[in-house]
Design a protein around this ligand. Structure first.
Ligand SMILES: Nc1nc2c(c(=O)[nH]1)N[C@H]1C(S)=C(S)[C@@H](COP(=O)(O)OP(=O)(O)OC[C@H]3O[C@@H](n4cnc5c(=O)[nH]c(N)nc54)[C@H](O)[C@@H]3O)O[C@H]1N2
Ligand SMILES: Nc1nc2c(c(=O)[nH]1)N[C@H]1C(S)=C(S)[C@@H](COP(=O)(O)OP(=O)(O)OC[C@H]3O[C@@H](n4cnc5c(=O)[nH]c(N)nc54)[C@H](O)[C@@H]3O)O[C@H]1N2
Ligand code: SF4
Ligand SMILES: [Mo]
Length: 866
């Protein structure tokens, strides 16, 4: 079978992929050389997509309570419970919680049902945790949620400022475009991030500013533009209002708030004021802040004042996180928006949408935003909740409280592809088709709409998300309005509605695609109408405000709401790692991706670790006013003193005490309602477990320990363990852990050191092994994972024998090259550049995502694993 052209389901770069199914449920995946987002490149996550297609963990039938059910029974129940709640308590007693990973067609159907038919705006999405501040900032400045530029701007800029963006790990293909641009034209790169990240590897300047102080930095930039004659007076006079007030506020704010060395700040201001082609890329370090909307407008102010917007190589650029974060904004998935960038609070817009839908209802006030929504769930105001394509019991701030709220809700439906912390709390689970099985469109960060095309049949009874929504709508009595026969029908209706939005003067108009050949639709940047096709916005003004002028806003910088204090002396920053996607339901299926970082961790500065008596690789107990976590200590000067960083990915399924959102306060920004996910306060203590353990096995493990984190590897499973009480009987403990009651047990005990090594064998093969010690166990983990399942019990030695090398944790996921292999080669072959490593070991030569880490190894900033 020849390749199917589709789109990567992970990040907002929106890379095109070419998939070749093997006919047996697997497929090979490569970058689509013709897609304008990636021109053939993929990152480690995209490259490993083929490893995530298995059906082992999929939910394949509807589930009511704990039992499999028919679609009819499940849909009847959902429709009945929603209808009953609406009848008894009104439409505002029900809610949907959606996701920027739903396809546009799914999103459109959900939004139409809840706003136009049920008649409430209680529909919000995980984009509230992600893009809401950018949306609100865009709307305040531009009058619409318009992203002015395009990816080409990154290729054409002379200065790229990355603010609160770890592009190397989170938008790796854009990072590679930037690396290429730097090589080609010497583009200067500034990274603004309190933490030194992999992205800093290409930074000419890293501004490790005080957490939350970005608005003070961009206010300083605005003042510098004004004082150094870099304001575009003509542009401002024609197209902007609010300049004077914005500048006055900027002058009143103190750049010292950033805590940056004066010389670094001066260098940044020099570059920023004297370079015409500047792109300011920003992401969650800006958005996820209690002053997120203001931070966005502080950035937009600078680009408006200098007229550097909408022209090649310049502009503010909010990069989106999820594959369809943009599409969700376009269909109006948020509680305060209508479809096609129309405004919920504008009566003419409401009438237009209701008229087009010919629908019975239309809310006239915004609904509850994510944090408010789950508060309302907790208070019992929401009687029926439908969660689609997101895992709020893990990813919402104050996640324990959110999980309790979901558990306590009268009726909760969750549509997902697999068991998650959230499905475990649901009354009804609806099995969705996954990537590779479903058809639809997504919009990436630069407004390019791409098709996701199926290349696998829907497994079991899995159904498309839009269809489940239409099925429930039909049962609630609205058959005709939801009578689409395929995703293409939904898209055509949506494109037609966008024409009405275009007529009302809005930016989002794809009416030119109403008649398009949906199946063959190539990647297309909107708008697509009789008036205009793609391109950039605002070079000649034309903002979507009543007077068509942009608004500069006076910004008074504010630091994070939670203040550190003796009780909670550390600031907790959170974010992502290179090879995991959010709550890991898909990336953790890939053995390759799990080898990059196999457990949750806490980055802490060496001085703080010393003060607290935290030794490397021990465990820290982290507490906040909201909750607690236990995380592996990673001592590093990448973080500043007084700050700690932890990844957001681990869950009840993978590491129950590693759920960092249990620690995060549900503080939100005015206007956007976006939570401050990067600036909670925490206290730390050294956990002193009685034992540490490492377990490898061919089959699954059910760990029972105060701390555990488990991951798949190529030959089975591995987990890290720690316990507060030493088991009386290690053999019994191992048998239960590995569920191998009848295996032969071989055990070695070292009474002096207090260590235990146990192998469980069947038919001469070691099926599982447990290593336990009073201190963090020093083992060749990669070697053990590769050996389990083999004949004999040689792996009990814990280290490779003579002539074998432990490759260490994987650095290059594509070609499977481990850290120890690379450090050994650097030493033995005197390698001095990333290119040398590529020539010697091929590492870094495929997707390139690991190149920053290779560079860090060369610079001695990363050390070999034990
Ligand atoms: N590998 C991987 N890639 C992903 C994802 C994933 O889960 N895994 N998720 C996708 C999604 S949905 C999103 S939204 C994006 C997110 O992409 P990014 O925003 O790049 O990722 P984060 O790691 O959340 O945060 C970025 C940086 O913000 C910094 N930061 C914290 N506080 C501040 C501050 O006050 N000011 C500044 N300037 N910086 C600060 C953090 O130290 C962190 O390095 O990634 C997308 N890509
Ligand atoms: N502390 C902290 N918290 C954060 C963040 C942070 O930086 N720090 N970042 C926030 C951001 S930016 C984001 S975007 C969120 C992400 O948080 P979530 O949206 O909760 O994370 P995901 O793991 O992407 O959840 C997607 C779910 O959809 C399921 N799924 C996969 N395919 C399909 C499908 O086709 N149909 C259906 N119905 N389901 C499917 C997956 O199995 C998974 O359970 O987290 C937010 N939370
Ligand atoms: S950069 Fe990676 S994760 Fe993002 S769309 Fe491209 S291949 Fe997928
Ligand atoms: Mo996100």
């Amino acid at each position: 079978m020849s390749g199917v052209r589709t789109t990567c389901p992970y990040c907002g770069v929106g890379c095109g992929v070419l998939v070749t199914p093997d006919g047996a449920g697997n497929a090979s995946v490569k970058g689509d050389p013709d897609h304008p987002a990636n021109y053939g490149r993929l990152c480690s996550k995209g490259t490993a997509l083929g490893e995530t297609l298995g059906l082992e963990d999929r939910i394949l039938t509807p589930v009511i309570g704990a039992s499999a059910a028919s679609w009819d029974a499940a849909l009847d129940l959902v429709a009945d419970r929603f209808a009953t709640a609406i009848r008894e308590h009104g439409p505002d007693s029900v809610a949907f919680y959606l996701s920027g990973q739903m396809l546009t067609e799914d999103y459109y159907a959900a939004n139409k049902l809840i706003k136009g038919y049920i008649g409430t705006a209680n529909v919000d999405t995980n984009s509230r945790l992600c893009m809401a501040s950018s949306v609100a900032g865009h709307k305040r400045a531009f009058g619409a949620d318009t992203v002015p530029g395009a990816y080409e701007d990154l290729d054409q800029a002379d200065l790229v400022v990355l603010v609160g963006s770890n592009l190397a790990w989170c938008h790796p293909v854009l990072y590679q475009r930037l690396v290429a641009a730097k090589k080609a034209r010497g583009t200067k790169v500034v990274v603004v991030d309190p933490r030194r990240t992999a992205t800093c590897d290409i930074a000419d300047l890293h501004l490790a500013l005080a957490s939350g102080s970005d608005a003070a930095l961009f206010n300083a930039a605005l003042v510098a533009l004004a004082d150094r004659d870099a304001v575009d007076e003509t542009y401002v006079a024609r197209h902007v209002t609010g300049f004077d007030a914005a500048l006055a506020s900027a002058r009143a704010s103190d750049p010292a708030m950033t805590g940056l060395p004066v010389s670094d700040l001066a260098m940044f201001l020099d570059w920023f004021t004297t370079t015409e082609r500047v792109v300011t890329v920003y992401s969650q370090g800006i958005n996820q802040s209690s002053s997120g909307t203001d931070k966005v407008n502080a950035i937009l102010n600078c680009h408006l004042a200098s007229g550097r917007i909408g022209r090649p190589g310049m502009g503010p650029f909010s990069v989106t996180g999820q594959p369809n974060a943009m599409g969700g904004r376009e269909v109006g998935g948020l509680a305060n928006m209508l479809a096609c960038h129309l405004e919920l609070e504008n009566p003419a817009h409401r009438d237009a949408v209701q008229g087009f839908w010919n629908s019975p209802a239309m809310p006239d006030k915004p609904g509850l935003k994510a944090v408010e929504l789950f508060d309302a769930v907790a208070q019992g105001q929401i009687k029926a909740l439908w969660v689609i394509h997101t895992n709020p019991a893990v990813s919402m701030p104050d996640a324990d409280a959110v999980a309790r709220a979901i558990k306590g809700c009268d009726f909760v439906v969750v549509s997902d592809v697999t068991q998650t912390d959230t499905t475990r709390l649901a009354d009804v689970i609806l099995p969705a088709t996954a990537w590779g099985e479903k058809s639809g469109t997504v919009t990436n960060s630069d407004r390019t709409i791409s098709r996701q095309r199926p290349f696998l049949p829907a497994p079991g009874q899995a159904r498309d998300d839009w269809r489940m929504i239409a099925d429930v709508a039909a049962r609630m009595g609205w058959c005709d309005a939801f009578g689409w026969s395929n995703a293409g029908d939904v898209f055509a209706e949506y494109a037609a509605l966008s024409g009405i939005a275009g007529d009302l003067g809005r930016d989002f108009d794809i009416s030119g695609l109403v008649q398009a050949d949906y199946d063959a639709l190539p990647p297309t940047r909107w708008p697509v109408s009789a008036q205009r096709q793609g391109g950039r916005f605002f070079a000649q003004g034309g903002f979507f405000t009543p007077d068509q002028r942009a608004r500069m806003l006076p910004i008074t910088p504010r630091l994070p709401v939670a203040k550190t204090a003796p009780h909670y002396p550390f600031r907790l920053n959170t974010g992502r790692v290179r090879d995991q996607w959010h709550t890991m339901t898909r990336t953790a299926l890939s053995p390759r991706l799990n080898q990059h970082i196999a457990e949750p961790f806490l980055e802490i500065h060496p001085d703080d670790a010393a003060t607290l008596g935290l030794a490397p690789a021990t465990l820290a107990r982290v507490t906040s006013p909201q909750g607690a976590a236990i995380l592996r200590v990673a001592i590093t000067d990448r973080v500043q003193r007084g700050q700690v960083f932890a990844p957001m990915h681990w869950t009840g399924e993978t590491a129950p005490t590693g759920r960092v959102d249990a620690l995060v306060a549900a503080v939100t920004a005015p206007f956007s309602g976006q939570p401050e996910s990067k600036a909670s306060v925490v206290a730390l203590t050294a956990l002193s477990p009685a034992w540490y353990g490492f377990a490898v096995s061919v089959g699954p493990q059910t760990p029972d320990a105060a701390y555990w984190a488990r991951a798949r590897h190529a030959g089975g499973w591995r987990s890290e363990l720690a316990g507060t009480d030493v088991p009386d009987d290690w053999e019994a403990y191992s048998r239960a852990l590995f569920n191998l009651p009848d295996a032969t047990c071989l055990s070695v005990e070292d009474r002096v050191r207090g260590t235990h090594r146990l192998a469980l064998m069947e038919g001469g093969r070691t099926l599982a092994a447990l290593f336990a010690a009073p201190d963090p166990v020093q083992l060749a983990r990669g070697h053990l994972a590769a050996q389990v399942g083999q004949a004999g019990a040689a792996l009990l030695a814990g280290r490779p024998g003579a002539g074998m090398v432990d490759p260490g944790p994987t650095i290059c996921a594509c070609l499977n090259v481990g850290l120890n292999t690379i450090t050994a080669a650097i030493a033995a072959q005197n390698l001095i550049s990333v290119e040398d490593i590529g020539t010697a070991l091929q590492a870094g030569t495929s997707c390139g995502s690991c190149r920053p880490e290779l560079a860090a190894l060369l610079a001695g900033r990363l050390e070999a694993a034990e």
